[in-house]
Every structure is written in structure tokens, then in C-alpha cells.
Design a protein around this ligand. Structure first.
Ligand code: AMP
Length: 271
């Protein structure tokens, strides 16, 4: 595996490779990330992973500092599964050039996570735009766990006519149903059980959740989730994935989207 820390060297070595499958990550790798890499392997034998904890998408400096990091272990994992290239940019490397495309944020950026973390998606699209400009991959692999992020990246790509195909990948869960996340590493056993109860509750009560929300009785749902041990809920919403809209009709097809805190650990999921 070739490791790049300098975009000029990366560009020099990869500019004539036309079939790069790209997996952007913030590291602290888990089986969710690995499933994206395995998806990429189905389409190409040139796989590039990036690891960069992007400061501009965090709400606070403390949250950024506390984000789990395990670079040595990550490199070992990526070597073992035979990833071809790893890009670990410095902030200077990634932020000191002018990308060709302008950041495009569609209206969907204002709801869900965007409502509670106002500059988050601008930070996400900015970094992805820069990475796409440098790497020019044929495919980019993104997880459905971060559905809002995936959707906004897709509309940025379409709007700017960027020639990278986005491949959505399903959410990988642990045996108790909890969506794998780098932040799970911060949860102790008791807190993992809280996350598990919340997952089970949502999975088994999707229709009821939508009904209660439409009847303006969301507080009943929130009360349950707090009872399981969540400390705060940013939002719980039912969203139609095709229309990218909050459901207004009981007959809608939807996923329940949630962002909540256990202590100061923020978790998101949709199912
Ligand atoms: P992150 O390192 O959290 O920024 O995630 C990098 C990529 O991995 C994003 O496209 C995520 O949506 C995806 N991802 C994170 N967790 C999972 C999961 N449990 N299953 C599938 N993909 C995931």
C-alpha cells in the first residue's frame, strides 16, 4: 500500500489511473468502512482510502479533539485487506488550493443534522469537493448510515457535473443492531446497551413513531428514548428517502432518522 501525505505526489502517481474507487473516511476504522472497501473491490482493483478528521465539520474544538483516532491500527487494517493507496492529508495540503467546483448545498441541508449543526454540511461538502478534485476517482463509496451526507454529496456532484459515480452502501450493524460508528468506541458496556434498546425500540415501532409525530405527540416517543438512557435528542423524524422530505402522510414509505446523545457522545442512525 502506498501512503501519500502530499497531494502533488499523489496526483503524480495516480493521474493516469482511470478506475480509482475512493472511500473517504475519518479513520478509527471499523467493519462499516471495510464493507465500503469490499464494495469497491467488486468494481475496481485500484482502491484509494483517505483518512482525515476534518475540523470544519465539527461543532466545537472539543468534539474535534475528542474524535477517536487510531492511525497505526488503521494502516495495519488497510494493508491487510490490500488497499492500494492511502491518502492522509495535512490541513495545509488539503486547504491551500482553489478547487474547480463551487460548494453546492441543496435545501435538504437545512433539516435533520443541518438544523442542529449549522455549518456541518458546508464543511463536509468542502472537504469532499477538494478530495474529488485531487483524486478524480471513477467511483466514490458512501454509507447510507449518513444518508443526509450522502444525498448532499450526490447533489453537489450532479450540480457541478463532476465525473465521479456515487455508490451508496448499506449500513453495517453489530449483532445487537447498533449501527457501527467510530464514536461507538467511546461507549462503555452500559451505554452500548442504551444504544441497543433505542435501536430495538425504533425498529419495532416505526409505524407508531410516524403516527405519533403526525398527531403532534412526538414527546411520547422522546420520553421513551430518554427513559432508555439517552441524555438528549437532537431530532427524531420520519423521512421519505426518495423525496428527501419529512413525512406528512401515514401512507408514506420512510425511515426513522434519529440523532441523540449518550453523555456527550452523539450518535445518528436511520432505519
Ligand atoms: P466516517 O469515517 O464516519 O466519516 O465514515 C466514512 C464513510 O463510512 C461514510 O461514507 C460513512 O457513511 C460510512 N460508514 C460509517 N459507518 C458505517 C456503517 N456502520 N455502515 C456502512 N457505512 C458506514
Amino acid at each position: 500500500m502506498k501512503i501519500f501525505k502530499d497531494k502533488k505526489i499523489l496526483i503524480n502517481e495516480t493521474f493516469d489511473i482511470k478506475n480509482i474507487g475512493f472511500i473517504p473516511t475519518m479513520g478509527a476504522l471499523h467493519n462499516g468502512h471495510i464493507s465500503l472497501i469490499n464494495e469497491a473491490k467488486k468494481k475496481t482493483n485500484k482502491i484509494l482510502v483517505s483518512i482525515y478528521v476534518n475540523p470544519t465539520q465539527f461543532k466545537s474544538k472539543i468534539d474535534f479533539k475528542k474524535y477517536p483516532r487510531s492511525l497505526k491500527k488503521d494502516i495495519k487494517i488497510l494493508k491487510k485487506i490490500k488497499v492500494n493507496y492511502l491518502y492522509i492529508p495535512s490541513t495545509e495540503d488539503i486547504y491551500t488550493f482553489k478547487p474547480k467546483s463551487k460548494i453546492y448545498l441543496d435545501g435538504f441541508s437545512k433539516t435533520l443534522c443541518g438544523k442542529f449543526r449549522p455549518s456541518h454540511f458546508k464543511g463536509v461538502i468542502n472537504i469532499i469537493n477538494r478530495l474529488l478534485d485531487i483524486i478524480k476517482p471513477k467511483f466514490i463509496y458512501l454509507g447510507m448510515k449518513d444518508f443526509q451526507q450522502l444525498t448532499l454529496i450526490r447533489s453537489h456532484i450532479v450540480k457541478n457535473r463532476i465525473k465521479t459515480k456515487l455508490i451508496p452502501c448499506q449500513t453495517i450493524r453489530d449483532k445487537n443492531g447498533i449501527a457501527l460508528s467510530s464514536r461507538n468506541a467511546k461507549l462503555n458496556k452500559k451505554q452500548l446497551r442504551v444504544a441497543q434498546k433505542i435501536y430495538k425500540f425504533i425498529k419495532n415501532n416505526k409505524k407508531t413513531i410516524l403516527k405519533k409525530i403526525l398527531q403532534k405527540k412526538r414527546f411520547e416517543i422522546s420520553k421513551n428514548i430518554i427513559k432508555f438512557g439517552a441524555d438528549k435528542i437532537d431530532y427524531i423524524e420520519c423521512v421519505n428517502l426518495e423525496r428527501k422530505q419529512i413525512c406528512t402522510n401515514i401512507k408514506d414509505k420512510f425511515n426513522v432518522f434519529i440523532a441523540y446523545y449518550i453523555k456527550n457522545i452523539r450518535l445518528i442512525d436511520n432505519l
